[in-house]
Design a protein around this ligand. Structure first.
Ligand SMILES: Nc1nc2c(ncn2[C@@H]2O[C@H](COP(=O)(O)OP(=O)(O)OP(=O)(O)O)[C@@H](O)[C@H]2O)c(=O)[nH]1
Length: 599
């Protein structure tokens, strides 16, 4: 146990690539956290097997012993925070587990949108913030300009920012000293009933679920019987320890301390970030504030290209869900695609990560249907329906009105691309809220419908700004708008997986664009294929795919044999990834590509 006055808990807030990992490694290395030999001796016998098998420890949490200039030893706990906007809630919880943050800004680049989002979370959590200007070894480093920018844009004092090169070690001793001097010690009552916050959890194939906790009050020991307050489940603690960064057992964790427990928990699902852990007997009456079960905000259908792989897909999805409490799924049948799953994600990145893992790690080709947000449908009879899938849209005559989720998007962009960014946001039904300048960069804040962002907004933003814009968003709430379901018919058959919700004013434009895209994406058949977009029974756009001439190579005049062969091979490869709808083969990529907009 360490007394509170000698503990400092902190996180590192940074934009991607500004040097968070390099700085963390330096801090660990320069304090000789634990000698290799000692570390082995201190490990529990029962952990030997795991250590020998080289378990990779996911925890980017580390406990560092630091002897300060005043000669006293301090325990510094560094907690990593997830770096992406999709995990804003998880970030907010890890921020509540510590009292301060190092704000790392690349001194050759300056403040980015992601830095802003995370630093606001740190400010919300009442952190003391120490700005760290990194990469000062580089000639392009402009510490004075970046200091000013931190003050202008974030509004915190940067006059005594640390000047650091995490790479070469400049400023590291001063940064360690600043952590002790400038960050506050944690507070907590050892005699009070146990309140431990669940900061993170993950699945380890040898130890089961590992739970990272921050003790707020009370003391947690091995063999204690504990209760997870959100669901009332009881577990017995079988291991308790800290990360140095390898796992090291301890006898107990007291107020202000950060460490891990294992308790024969089988699924990550049973351990919710932000939950309060207390003792089964004489436990706390009220949980820590702010817990909320994470809610998926983006949904899409995942279907195997080859319907024989449905069971494999089920297996893959179940395995992935075991270790990811925020990913939800249920079986779905689609008239066009057969059996698959409707899956819920925290955001687009989360969706992409899961989809890629299924394709790469489980080797299953997938058809991903259009991502959809959750619409609130107010029925005439007063009922409220949450619509996760446009295909389930109820009969319009029974609907009173619809509401869609909106976001507040913050975009930082160099001046020269501002015009393109404003146009993009405007085209996506955005409402400008704010526009300010920080040096040569503009910061624009837009109120946008989430629906217009989930699909390809981020890709478009990157392409119109050549990658120079940074983007971040938060959900703000629901608002009524004139939304309709648009169906796509191929050869007069509705393809439910291509149904989308669109704004009425943009329906014609979207419908035309989709039909044109599909016309290019669907290969020609032996017969003419009409492709139509419709709202209710009314066709709003139409294209016709002409019938195929018998010989695909006929258009290669002359006798270039390689070209002919290539064309035939291409046709063959294309066949594999197609699904049949009625009499028409639609390639896998059509489901996503058809929805991408060119503006
Ligand atoms: N010259 C120089 N390069 C640095 C310094 N610190 C980090 N880098 C380099 O910057 C790049 C990004 O550093 P990381 O530590 O991986 O950045 P990060 O913020 O952790 O990035 P993510 O893990 O992707 O979020 C790496 O190539 C580092 O070697 C520094 O002080 N000077």
């Amino acid at each position: 146990m360490t007394d509170l006055a000698h503990i400092r808990n902190f996180s590192i807030v940074a934009h991607i690539d500004h040097g968070k990992s390099t700085l963390a490694d330096r801090l660990i290395q320069s304090t000789n956290t634990v000698a290799e030999r000692d570390m082995k001796e201190q490990l529990l016998d029962s952990m030997d097997i795991e250590r020998e098998r080289g378990i990779t420890i996911k925890a980017n949490t580390v406990r560092i012993d630091y002897v300060a200039q005043n000669g006293e030893t301090y325990v510094l706990n560094l907690i990593d925070t997830p770096g992406h906007v999709d995990f804003a809630y998880e970030v907010s919880r890890s921020m509540r587990a510590v009292e301060g943050s190092l704000l790392v800004v690349d001194s050759t680049q300056g403040v980015e949108a992601q830095t802003l989002a995370n630093v606001y979370q740190a400010i919300d959590a009442n952190h003391e913030i120490v700005p760290v200007l990194n990469k000062i070894d580089l000639p392009a480093s402009e510490p004075e300009r970046v200091k000013e920018q931190i003050e202008d844009v974030i509004g915190i004092d940067a006059s005594d920012a640390m000047l650091v090169s995490a790479k070469s070690g400049i400023g590291i001793p001063e940064t360690l000293e600043a952590i002790v001097q400038r960050l506050p010690a944690p507070k907590g009552d050892r005699a009070a009933p146990l309140k431990a916050m669940l900061v993170d959890s993950w699945y380890d194939s040898y130890l089961g679920v590992i739970v990272l906790v921050r003790i707020m009050d009370g003391v947690l020991k091995k063999n204690d019987r504990v209760k997870f307050m959100s669901n009332g489940t009881i577990h017995q603690v079988d291991r308790i320890g800290v990360f140095r960064p390898a796992m090291q057992p301890v006898d107990e964790l007291g107020p202000g301390e950060i460490g891990f427990i294992t308790a024969s928990i089988k699924q990550v699902r049973d351990t919710r970030v932000g939950d309060t852990i207390t003792h089964e007997k004489k436990g706390a009456d009220t949980p820590l504030p702010g817990f909320k079960p994470s809610q998926p905000v983006v949904f899409c259908g995942l279907f195997p290209v080859d319907s024989a792989e449905f069971e494999d897909l089920r297996d893959a999805i179940e395995k992935l869900a075991l270790n990811d409490a925020s990913f939800s799924f249920e079986m779905e049948t689609s008239a066009a695609l057969g059996f698959g799953f409707r899956c819920g994600f925290l955001g687009l990145l989360h969706l992409e990560v899961i989809r890629d893992r299924i394709e790469r790690e489980y080797n299953i080709d997938l058809i991903t249907t259009a991502p959809s947000v959750i619409y609130h449908i107010y029925m005439r009879d007063g009922e409220l329906i949450e619509l996760h899938n446009p295909a389930d849209m109820p009969d319009l005559s029974k609907v009173d009105h619809l509401e869609e989720p909106r976001i507040k998007a913050t975009i930082l962009v160099p001046d020269e691309y501002l015009g393109d960014v404003l146009k993009l946001c405007q085209d996506r039904r955005g409402i400008q809220m704010d526009l300010t300048y920080a040096g040569t960069r503009a910061m624009v804040v837009y109120d946008l419908p989430l629906n217009e962002v989930v699909f390809d907004f981020y890709d478009r933003l990157k392409s119109v700004t050549k990658g120079y814009a940074s983007f971040d968003y938060q959900l703000t709430g629901y608002r009524q708008d004139n939304l309709v379901k648009m169906s796509i018919l191929v050869n007069d058959e509705p393809v439910d997986a291509l149904s989308t919700m669109v704004h009425r004013d943009r329906a014609e434009m979207r419908g035309r664009a989709m039909c044109e895209k599909l016309k290019d994406l669907i290969p020609r058949h032996m017969f003419k294929i009409p492709i139509q977009a419709a709202i209710g029974g009314k066709v709003i756009a139409r294209e016709t795919l002409a019938a195929l001439r018998k010989d695909v190579t006929a258009k290669c005049y002359g006798g270039d044999a390689t070209r002919k062969r290539k064309l035939l091979d291409k046709q063959k490869a294309g066949k594999k990834k197609m699904r049949q709808f009625g009499k028409v083969d639609i390639p896998q990529e059509a489901f996503i590509s058809a929805l991408k907009m060119d503006n």
